[in-house]
Design a binder for this molecule. Structure first.
Ligand code: F0G
Length: 483
């Protein structure tokens, strides 16, 4: 074939070069492009077509256990921090840098627990609903899974500063990794008035340079991309493909807790769509490696006030189409959104996002996992959150979207009452005490100020504080009355 080099183009040659050197590389997710990049290149988009990048592995050249149960052996080596880490004990499934070079602050020590109260609330039979509690991470949210991976890559490429835009949890996580390891300086971008105090307090306390811009998360995200490119700062938002490698391990731990059985459903809140994208990739790879025999179904839950994914997938049939998505559908949607000056608005501030950066990866995950998308109101989110809290594993509002979404899908008959459902509780309850206290308050003004303005009318599961005079008899009377 005399015209080979011209016809096949640079991508072909790069692919050849890379596969001969490193079994891990980066690749554009667009099947029409498939450009590849070395593992030590710092990119958040394909240089050729602008689409997202994946971290891809040539598994034939890597050492992958023949069964998932082999990972249990790591438990015997818990004195090694990389075996203790809930991310790096699965290093064989995300081997983009050598394990000795991976950064850990003890992330991923999380729990999968059944909740009878929440199962009943959602309409599932006892034992069928499990909560994956990511609030136990060092910074109190699932972000630490991805941050340990992005941070490891950042160190690998010699970065000295790392940046993110955030609704609060990414920034808390980045700030924590920077302050604990002293390896990099954190620069975080937040929207004004858009971040809960629990999260803001973490970034400030951990010493991050906190840049508050006049705008919302979508504005901050657009700006941080420009700034980090101009100043050569390493970007750790979930457009960073290494972040998502770390977030795959949430699913490995779910499987581990289920003795390596695949659940019927994974239900996850959708914001920037990093988790849903990572979960789809995790299961796809396990399936291709023959380590699981079937894929679970995926449900991604938007808040009503930030429902881009729902609108595009469920209303406008935006699909991955085996790698040929009709990208114009998304472009048209965003043009309309801009023309109408629509802004995201929900009490679940963590997912108050109208321009999810991982949209294309998420629709791919939905195809791989036969997924569905739903939206739930702030009222549904807060009621679900109160039921989760009553069970003892408090979560922040965004996390409870997974439970509210499960209840909705059960009521629609999409999820059967006997199916095994895992809801991801993405962040700790103490991240956003304002929403929780306002829900339970007896002070109508406080309720209206925080929640009424968001269309929340009642607190069906409120646990009201009892006001009693500072008098022993009155206190005893009140306790007898209410207990
Ligand atoms: N739940 C919580 C608690 C979050 O903080 C986020 C995202 C999500 C869910 C949504 O996850 O983006 O993977 O779909 N928080 C980001 C942040 C945007 O900046 O902390 P996603």
């Amino acid at each position: 074939m005399q015209s080979c080099p011209k016809l096949l183009g640079q991508g072909f040659w790069r692919e050849q070069k890379i596969s001969q050197t490193n079994p891990a590389y980066q690749q554009c997710i667009s099947l029409a492009c498939k450009a590849t990049y070395d593992i030590d290149e710092v990119r958040v988009a394909c240089q050729k077509c602008g689409d997202l990048l994946d971290v891809v592995y040539d598994w034939d050249r890597l050492r992958v256990p023949s069964s998932l149960a082999a990972f249990e052996q790591k438990w015997a080596q818990r004195s090694d921090p990389h075996c203790l880490s809930g991310v790096w004990r699965f290093h064989d499934l995300l081997p983009f840098v050598p394990v000795e070079q991976c950064v850990t602050v003890g992330e991923g020590q999380t729990l999968l627990l059944p909740s009878e109260g929440v199962a009943k609330y959602a309409g599932l039979r006892p034992g069928r609903l499990l909560l994956q509690y990511e609030g136990m991470n060092p910074s109190g949210s699932f972000k630490d899974n991805g941050m340990s991976a992005a941070f490891s890559h950042a160190r690998f490429v010699g970065a000295t500063r790392a940046a993110c835009a955030s609704t609060g949890n990414t920034s808390a996580s980045l700030a924590l990794y920077c302050s604990v390891t002293r390896l990099m300086k954190a620069v975080i971008f937040i929207g004004s008035g858009k971040i809960s105090y629990g999260k803001l307090s973490q970034a400030l306390d951990f010493g991050a340079l906190t840049v508050q811009i006049n705008g919302d998360f979508d504005d901050a995200m657009a700006r941080v991309k420009e700034v980090s490119q101009q100043l050569g700062i390493y970007l750790v938002n979930s457009v960073n493909p290494f972040r998502l490698e770390g977030q795959k391990t949430i699913m490995y731990r779910v499987l581990e807790a289920l003795r390596w059985e695949v659940p019927d459903w994974i239900v996850v809140p959708g914001g920037n769509l990093g988790n849903s994208s990572a979960f789809g990739k995790a299961f796809r790879e396990l399936h291709q490696l023959g380590l699981i025999d079937r894929m679970p179904r995926l449900a991604v839950i938007n808040a009503t006030g930030a429902d881009t994914l729902y609108e595009l997938v469920e209303k406008r049939e935006f699909r991955w189409n085996h790698g040929s998505p009709d990208l114009d559908k998304a472009v048209r949607y965003f043009d309309e959104m801009d023309a109408q000056h629509r802004r995201a608005s929900t009490i679940a501030s963590a997912i108050e996002i109208n321009r999810p950066v991982n949209l294309n990866k998420c629709i791919r995950a939905l195809e791989w996992c036969d997924g569905v998308v739903r939206k739930v109101s702030d009222q549904q989110i807060l009621d679900a959150k109160a039921r989760v809290g009553a069970g003892g594993l408090g979560c922040e509002p965004a996390s409870a979207a997974s439970v509210a979404g499960t209840k909705l899908l059960v009521s629609e008959g999409v999820i059967g009452p006997d199916e095994r459902v895992v809801c991801i509780l993405t962040g700790h309850q103490l991240k956003d005490p304002t929403a929780t206290v306002a829900y339970h308050t007896t002070d109508q003004d406080q309720f209206n100020k925080v929640l009424g303005s968001r269309g929340v009318r009642r607190a069906a599961f409120a646990n009201r504080a009892v006001a009693v005079p500072n008098n022993l008899d009155e206190i005893i009377k009140a306790i007898r009355l209410y207990s």
